[in-house]
Structures are given as structure tokens and as C-alpha cells.
Design a protein around this ligand. Structure first.
Ligand SMILES: NC(=O)C1=CN([C@@H]2O[C@H](COP(=O)(O)OP(=O)(O)OC[C@H]3O[C@@H](n4cnc5c(N)ncnc54)[C@H](OP(=O)(O)O)[C@@H]3O)[C@@H](O)[C@H]2O)C=CC1
Ligand SMILES: Nc1nc2c(ncn2[C@@H]2O[C@H](COP(=O)(O)O)[C@@H](O)[C@H]2O)c(=O)[nH]1
Length: 323
């Protein structure tokens, strides 16, 4: 297998077929729903909250709510159903999560998307959870992760997952590689390609995106959707604390397995950082849309499909986490 990461790859332009970048269509159908771009903010407490999730649903962007305020999930799904907005939530694999699925079922609430969100997704606990959800909520689109190998993708797909999420350790606030020696940190894009070749259902590339162009690269190497944390954590709407240092504005961004999120030091695999304040999230989403339209034009097409077959070169750079 060839090993490379986002910073090692450049896509090669084809002749342009459109007259303006505005003619390029970066939208995607995922899980039976249509979204403006193939991008989803990470389901982390400093990246998404209910207010932002609602805004994203209202504006046809995909979102996944995090699972770290478990008691708010049922009322959230209820509220979104009442507003006829897409509901997309996360669960873990501990026993109380099965009770939560039962609570949804007994209220006849069917979330559009449920993401099983654990660090090591290639596990029987995840397979059991997929079975549990699919039996009770067969219409819900189930995303399972996170994984790093084709074997894991196939096993979760066989268990009934509708999509799998690829990326163990490439994240900006991730210390899994340092603490355990494992993961896809430094070769995340190659891992996406490796997994996508084996996949029969959509793949979400998760972690390691540092520039908007990395979204196009993810699509080129087989992702249908791209999950991003650090590039979304710095907005006015981001739930992390605002912090001023020497008149410079930052937002707090911490890992879901950080001491801060866990409230303790057991099995910590994430850290707490500050990211630059970036203003309105709508401006960033617009910029991502325009950059993707430009990528499509360089690919010589008019929609995301054009990106999937473009040629590329590998320009060897250092193996880091994309930093
Ligand atoms: N994408 C990534 O690279 C990573 C993401 N994370 C994020 O951090 C959050 C917390 O994750 P996680 O710790 O899984 O969640 P939980 O603490 O909810 O753990 C889920 C369950 O899986 C078990 N578990 C977790 N890791 C392992 C492992 N390596 N081997 C065996 N069992 C395991 C836990 O038991 P026990 O705790 O007793 O082991 C627990 O029962 C999630 O949001 C996850 O996405 C964390 C690390 C890496
Ligand atoms: N190893 C860890 N990975 C984590 C943790 N919290 C979140 N994550 C993963 O990172 C991505 C976001 O990556 P980014 O490069 O875009 O910032 C997120 O979706 C998770 O998969 C953690 O504590 N440890």
C-alpha cells in the first residue's frame, strides 16, 4: 500500500468544461437527503450544539449532534421532528444507550441519522449496537466508527451500518498516536483510500483536514462525506469558550477523549487547544462551497463526480498530522 497524507498529494487539472465556477454543483445526496456540500462538522462538544445543528438543518447542511449531554437527545429529536427538520444524533455503546434506543422507539421517534461514535469502532460492542438500532429503527441511517482498516469497514457494513467513518488518530486534538502507538495520523488520506476500495457503502473521512482543498482530496480518494473539527471550532457559533490573550481572540477546542471532556484522567487520548477566532460559520461554509466549486472546475467537470477520477501526484512531505 502506498502511504501518503493530505499535504503529500496534488490533484492534476483537466480541461475546464464550464464557463463559471458558479456552474459547478458541489451538492451531495447522503442517506437519502440532499445537502449543499459533502462536509459535516465533527460531533464534538466544542464544535456543534443544538442551536448550530438547527441552523445547519434549516440551511441544508449535514450535521451530527454530539453525545456528551445524553439527556438532551430525546427532546432534541422531538423538537426537530416537530419542525420537520433532519435529526442526526450520536450514541455510544455502553448499556444505557440501548435504553435510549428503546425510549426513541416507544415514543415512535425515528431519527434520520444515528452515528455510533467510539474511538475503536472495530469492536463487537459496535456490531451489537448496529444490530440493536437496525432492528428497532430500520429506517434510520446508521453511521458507525471510527475505523482504520478495510476489514473493519466490511465487518461494520455486514452488520448493517449504512456508512462507516474512517480515521483513528489524525485529528488536531488527538494524542492517540502518541499515547498508544496506533492510528492513521500522518497517513489518513491513504487510509481513506485503502478503506474506500473495500467499501460497498459510503465512507466518511474523519480528521486531519487542515485546508479546504483537503475536502476535494478526500473525495478523490473515495470519501462521500468529510468530517471536520478544528476548521469549524473557531466561529462565533462554535460552543467552545471565547478566550482573549493580548487582544487576540481565540476559541477553545478540546478532544472528546480529553481530560476536559471526560472530567477525569482515565484513558485520555485527546488534548485541549486554542484555535483562532474566525467569525461567522456561514462565511466559512460559503468559502468551502466556492473552493469546492473551483476544485470541480479544475477537475474538468460540473459536479463532485468529476473529482473521483482525476490524476494526482505524490509530492513527498513530512509525515505529521497535517500540521
Ligand atoms: N477518532 C479518533 O481517533 C478517536 C476519537 N475519540 C473520541 O473520543 C470519544 C470517547 O471515545 P471512547 O473512549 O471510545 O468512548 P467511551 O468512553 O464511551 O467508550 C466506549 C466503550 O468502548 C470501550 N472502549 C473504548 N476504547 C476501547 C479500546 N481501545 N479497547 C476496548 N474497549 C474500548 C469503553 O470501555 P473502557 O473505557 O472501559 O475501555 C466503553 O465501554 C468519542 O467521541 C470518540 O469518537 C477518542 C479517541 C480516538
Ligand atoms: N484521538 C482523538 N481523536 C479525537 C478526539 N476528539 C475528537 N477526535 C477526532 O478528531 C476529529 C476531528 O479532527 P480535526 O483534525 O478535523 O480537528 C473528530 O471528528 C474525531 O474523530 C480525541 O479526544 N482523541
Amino acid at each position: 500500500m502506498e502511504i501518503f497524507d493530505y499535504e503529500d498529494v496534488q490533484l492534476i487539472p483537466n480541461k475546464c468544461l464550464i464557463e463559471s465556477r458558479s456552474q459547478a454543483d458541489p451538492s451531495i445526496t447522503f442517506g437519502g437527503h440532499h445537502f449543499k456540500i459533502p462536509v459535516v462538522p465533527a460531533n464534538m462538544a466544542t464544535v456543534i450544539d443544538e442551536q448550530l445543528a438547527t441552523w445547519m438543518a434549516e440551511h441544508d447542511y449535514f450535521y451530527i449532534m454530539h453525545r456528551f449531554e445524553p439527556e438532551t437527545r430525546l427532546p432534541f429529536v422531538r423538537k426537530m421532528a416537530k419542525k420537520h427538520l433532519i435529526s442526526s444524533i450520536s450514541v455510544g455503546v455502553k448499556p444505557n444507550e440501548k435504553q435510549f434506543i428503546d425510549d426513541l422507539t416507544s415514543e415512535k421517534l425515528t431519527p434520520d441519522f444515528i452515528t455510533i461514535d467510539v474511538a475503536h469502532g472495530h469492536a463487537n460492542s459496535v456490531i451489537e449496537m448496529i444490530h440493536y438500532i437496525k432492528k428497532r429503527l430500520p429506517k434510520t441511517f446508521v453511521i458507525a466508527g471510527n475505523v482504520a482498516t478495510p476489514d473493519a469497514v466490511r465487518e461494520l457494513e455486514d452488520a448493517g451500518a449504512d456508512a462507516t467513518k474512517v480515521g483513528v488518530g489524525p485529528g488536531k486534538v488527538c494524542i492517540t498516536k502518541l499515547k498508544t502507538g496506533f492510528g492513521t495520523g500522518g497517513w489518513q488520506l491513504a487510509a481513506v483510500r485503502w478503506c474506500a476500495k473495500a467499501a460497498r457503502k459510503p465512507i466518511i473521512a474523519d480528521g486531519g483536514i487542515r485546508h479546504n482543498g483537503d475536502i476535494a482530496k478526500s473525495i478523490r480518494f473515495g470519501a462521500s462525506m468529510v468530517m471536520i473539527g478544528s476548521l469549524f471550532a473557531g466561529h462565533r457559533q462554535s460552543p467552545g469558550h471565547d478566550i482573549m490573550i493580548n487582544h487576540r481572540h481565540f476559541k477553545q477546542y478540546y478532544g472528546s477523549a480529553s481530560e476536559n471532556q471526560k472530567g477525569g484522567r482515565k484513558n485520555v487520548e485527546g488534548k485541549d487547544i486554542l484555535v483562532d477566532y474566525r467569525g461567522e460559520i456561514s462565511d466559512t461554509l460559503t468559502e468551502m462551497t466556492e473552493d469546492l466549486q473551483s476544485s470541480i472546475s479544475y477537475a474538468g467537470g460540473s459536479d463532485l463526480m468529476a473529482l473521483k477520477t482525476v490524476d494526482y501526484v505524490i509530492v513527498r512531505n513530512t509525515i505529521t498530522n497535517g500540521d
